[in-house]
Design a protein around this ligand. Structure first.
Ligand SMILES: Nc1ncnc2c1ncn2[C@@H]1O[C@H](COP(=O)(O)OP(=O)(O)OP(=O)(O)O)[C@@H](O)[C@H]1O
Length: 606
């Protein structure tokens, strides 16, 4: 299906599913509305002709009654149509938003969210609801206008076919010019999308609490504001350029219309003087010319507007119908409970074809029930390994196996339901403490006992209980959450970095049924005592579980069953702590440097 046809089908489907009865009512009102101006013009002509020929009042009354009725309909229907149109627009926008984010949720990997073109498209597509609404409204306006126009055209043909041809011909250049402008406007919006996203990024930096510290300390305000305004200026320039073209075209078209109308009027007056046409015909002609010209302008504008919305709506349709970002097996195997282990076989990975390899032939087994640690310098590829194990990306070469089944052959959501993870860059949600932990397993949302048990395992239960509203305390200062309608919302709190880290850990512990635990730097923000405490808890938690622990604190990994040392994306050493120390290689060197650091206060090189 061509992209335009797909967009039209998508928009029509949205309208229909948002409320078939409402759509039918709106269409009916539109149809009736379209006929009203033509009816008024004809009734006026007939009344004038009757007046001129001195018809009796009884005959005039037959025309006056429908005229009053049409007048009343003309007064009422626009309000009804506006209401129906707005309501339909709201429902369509709601459905469009839902469909869009369902589609975004279908991307199983992280690739699309790191792709600038996708992000630009997504930014435009989030206005898909608004676009669908405008598209639908302009399509209905267009139908109404086309019908009215048809009525007037038929009327002018009755009076003077050549005149009708002239008026119609005057509309053709307008149509062509407006369509070109609409295409240009849609292209301009796409072309400026990256700059607009950048502008949003700067304005976010200038107003977000996360950036506020550095922005103030480093005095970045003017610098960021300057860049934000530069972005806006360049968007403004593109818009101005288009507005000027628009201005030139519109002015020329309006002048052309005025000339045609003036010529027609002169002809009608002269023809009436000669007696070729009646006074009623003159009135009908004037109404028809005005109606035709107004209608043509509206039609041309409507077609151009619809085209522009359609082109923009294409971005929405593109995302809603996007192919999966990672291949999904036609008949995925169920992700069964882990029994033998997870295995990486000669895994090669890079984030993009033009970026260097991050993992170079990693082969590593994480046997069932064992704890495997991965250590290595910054940038060695440890977190990348963790992300591949969650199938956020696929290896470019080699494969990863869950009990011998390639991750690519498993149903991704089933695989993820079997994983527990703490990421190095874990999220801090502007939610309550309870919700912040419950996101680890939403089935626990209303089960405070489970949430508290997970928090206690992570050593953060007491700290949360001491908050003003306990687990209902909002862990945010920027969103107000009213607990009870009668009470003013309490001020939220901000946790410390270490406390957040424990909350993230509690999230993972909430998945106590998880088969495989991935812990990427779970204790990096903790003070030494807390770190020791958390590691004891994790060790307890990890015992008898399959886990992968990534940590720079070599003391924390020494008890792992196997330690893998990753250097530049390759496993260069593999074994238990004692074994690796005895081998005197990279691990032993790193361990000694770290241990001596504690004794001599030398900088931590890891
Ligand atoms: N999303 C990404 N896109 C492109 N390159 C990336 C991305 N994430 C990481 N990299 C690159 O991959 C390499 C490995 O990064 P990774 O985060 O896996 O290292 P790490 O061993 O976990 O480091 P650290 O100890 O600092 O956490 C780095 O060179 C990094 O720049």
């Amino acid at each position: 299906m061509s992209s335009t046809r797909r967009s039209v089908a998508e928009a029509a489907g949205l309208v229909w599913r948002a409320g078939p009865i409402r759509a039918v009512c709106y269409a009916s009102v539109t149809l009736v509305q379209a006929g009203l101006p033509v009816a008024v013009a004809w009734l006026t002509k007939l009344v004038l002709d009757d007046l001129v020929r001195g018809a009796p009042l009884s005959e005039l009354a037959v025309l006056l009654v429908p005229m009053v009725a049409v007048g009343a309909a003309m007064a009422v229907l626009p309000q009804l149509s506006a209401y129906l149109g707005a309501e339909m627009g709201r429902q369509v926008a709601l459905r469009a938003l839902d469909r869009l984010y369902v589609a975004v949720g279908r991307f199983i990997g992280l690739g699309p969210f790191e792709n600038p073109a996708f992000l630009d498209r997504l930014r435009l597509a989030t206005q898909g609801g608004q676009m669908a609404r405008s598209l639908v409204n302009s399509a209905f306006d267009l139908t109404r206008t086309a019908l009215t126009l048809g009525g007037f055209l038929a009327s002018v043909v009755v009076i003077s076919p050549p005149m009708a041809a002239v008026v119609l011909a005057a509309g053709v250049p307008a149509l062509v010019a407006q369509l070109a402008l609409a295409r240009r406007r849609a292209r301009m919006l796409w072309d400026t999308a990256p700059v607009q996203r950048r502008e949003f990024f700067y304005s976010h930096l200038l107003s977000s609490v996360e950036a506020a510290k550095e922005v103030r300390l480093f005095g970045l305000g003017a610098f960021l504001r300057g860049r934000m305004l530069d972005a806006r200026r360049s968007v403004n320039a593109a818009e101005r350029d288009l507005d000027r073209k628009d201005l030139r075209t519109q002015t020329a078209l309006e002048l052309l219309g005025a000339v045609v109308a003036g010529a027609g009027l002169v002809w009608a007056v002269l023809a009436a003087k000669d007696g070729t046409i009646t006074i009623g015909d003159v009135s009908m002609f004037i109404a028809a010319i005005a109606g035709l010209q107004g209608g043509l302008a509206a039609l041309v504008g409507g077609i151009a507007g619809s085209l522009q919305w359609l082109l923009l709506f294409g971005h929405y349709a593109e995302i809603v119908h996007a192919e999966p970002d990672l291949p999904i097996a036609a008949h995925p195997a169920p992700a069964r409970p882990l029994t033998t282990g997870v295995e990486l076989r000669d895994v090669w990975f890079r984030y993009a074809a033009d970026l260097p390899w991050v993992l170079r032939g990693v082969t590593l087994t994480i046997p069932y029930g064992q704890a495997v640690a991965v250590v290595g310098l910054n940038g060695a590829g440890k977190s990348t390994l963790a992300k591949l194990l969650c199938r956020f990306y696929d290896p470019e070469r080699g494969s990863i196996h869950w009990d011998g089944v390639d991750l690519r052959d498993l149903e991704p959501s089933e695989l993820r339901a079997r994983l527990g993870a703490v990421f190095q860059d874990h999220m801090t949600y502007d939610f309550s403490a309870r919700d912040n932990i419950a996101v680890g397993d939403l089935t626990a949302l209303d089960d405070l006992d489970r949430i508290r048990a997970a928090a206690a395992n992570a050593g953060v239960d007491e700290a949360i209980m001491n908050l003003p509203e306990g687990y209902d305390t909002a862990l945010t200062r920027i969103f107000i959450m009213a607990l009870k309608p009668s009470k003013p919302p309490p001020t939220g709190v901000v946790l410390s970095g270490g406390q957040w880290q424990r909350v993230a850990l509690a999230r993972a512990f909430l998945r106590d049924h998880a088969d495989f635990m991935i812990l990427d730097e779970p204790s990096s923000g903790l003070d030494p005592e807390a770190e020791h405490d958390v590691h004891l808890r994790m060790r307890r938690y990890r015992s008898d579980r399959t886990s992968l622990l990534i940590s720079h604190r070599l003391n924390a990994v020494r008890e792992a069953d196997v330690i893998a040392v990753l250097v530049d994306g390759e496993v260069v050493e593999l074994g238990g702590h004692e074994e690796l120390m005895a081998a005197g290689g990279t691990y032993a060197r790193m361990f000694r440097v770290q241990a001596s650091g504690y004794q001599e206060h030398s900088p931590d090189v890891l």
